[in-house]
Design a protein around this ligand. Structure first.
Ligand SMILES: C[S@@+](CC[C@H](N)C(=O)[O-])C[C@H]1O[C@@H](n2cnc3c(N)ncnc32)[C@H](O)[C@@H]1O
Length: 238
């Protein structure tokens, strides 16, 4: 057996193969309906730095056509809608419970211009090449590797030629302590809300995206990657 440094020295952590999704997409909506009331505690304690950086990288200009996929309780969507009062802001998610929380949060933005609806990343309710910006935070860490390409093709379909893709994911920890969360996932995927560390850069390049920025960010030892990408000019939209 190949020995490598691991977070805790327990044999299960010595496996270096990428972790794959273990909570099915059929179950995910129900899992997030159940945790919607407490999600923001986790979302603020461990993910807020990465989410804020994603909003910076998005550099939103008022009047844009923006979609957030897997909008959750609206932690990022709130910031998007505030910055884009004269544009189009649409948020979709599988979980009605998470969407209800987002609706409640967005009601606080005066004169806000947005819509929130149930929907899946596999089949976006959006026309070809119509979006200036697509934001997607902490969803690919729930998706099986073999299905990621299908979603990225759908993202490529809806983005304008010069459109931006901004992604945040739980990623593989780069320090000893940050591997704790993947360790918990191995024991109980649902305790982690189905999220495990992924690295999306290769998949993005395979699907015709050019990566401009990939940053690693750690908060409370929780490892995130923030990615800014564009459609590769030569990529064909199917
Ligand atoms: C970890 S939460 C992240 C929520 C939000 N993006 C944030 O950063 O706080 C994951 C969200 O992805 C949603 N989700 C998972 N798979 C999805 C899919 N295929 N299409 C749309 N939403 C999905 C879940 O319902 C859940 O709300």
């Amino acid at each position: 057996m190949k020995m490598t440094l691991s977070c805790c020295g327990i044999s299960c952590c010595r496996n270096t193969a990428p972790l794959d999704a273990r909570v099915s997409q059929d179950e995910i909506g129900r899992v997030y309906d159940k945790i919607a009331n407490v999600y923001d505690i986790w979302g603020n304690l461990t993910e807020s730095h990465a989410r804020n950086r994603a909003i910076e990288l998005a550099a939103i200009k008022d009047g844009q056509n923006i979609l957030e996929v897997a909008v959750g309780t609206g932690l990022a969507f709130y910031e998007i809608v505030k910055r884009n009062p004269h544009g189009q802001n649409v948020g979709i998610d599988l979980s009605k419970g998470m969407l209800a929380k987002a609706q409640h949060r967005l009601a606080k933005v005066a004169g806000a211009n947005y819509s929130l609806k149930t929907g899946t990343a596999f089949d976006l309710p959006v026309q070809n090449e119509s979006l200036d910006l697509l934001v997607n935070n902490y969803m690919f860490d729930l998706i099986p590797y073999e299905k990621m390409g299908k979603i990225l093709m759908e993202f490529r379909r809806v983005l304008k030629k010069d459109g931006k893709l901004v992604l945040v994911n739980m990623t593989e920890g780069e320090t000893m302590g940050s591997k704790l969360y993947d360790f918990i996932y191995r024991l109980s995927p649902k305790t982690m809300g189905g999220c495990r560390g992924v690295r999306l850069t290769d998949k993005l390049e395979q699907q015709g995206f050019t990566i401009e920025v990939r940053e690693y960010c750690q908060q409370m030892l929780f490892p995130s990657e923030i990615i800014l990408a564009h459609k590769h000019p030569g990529a064909i939209t199917i």
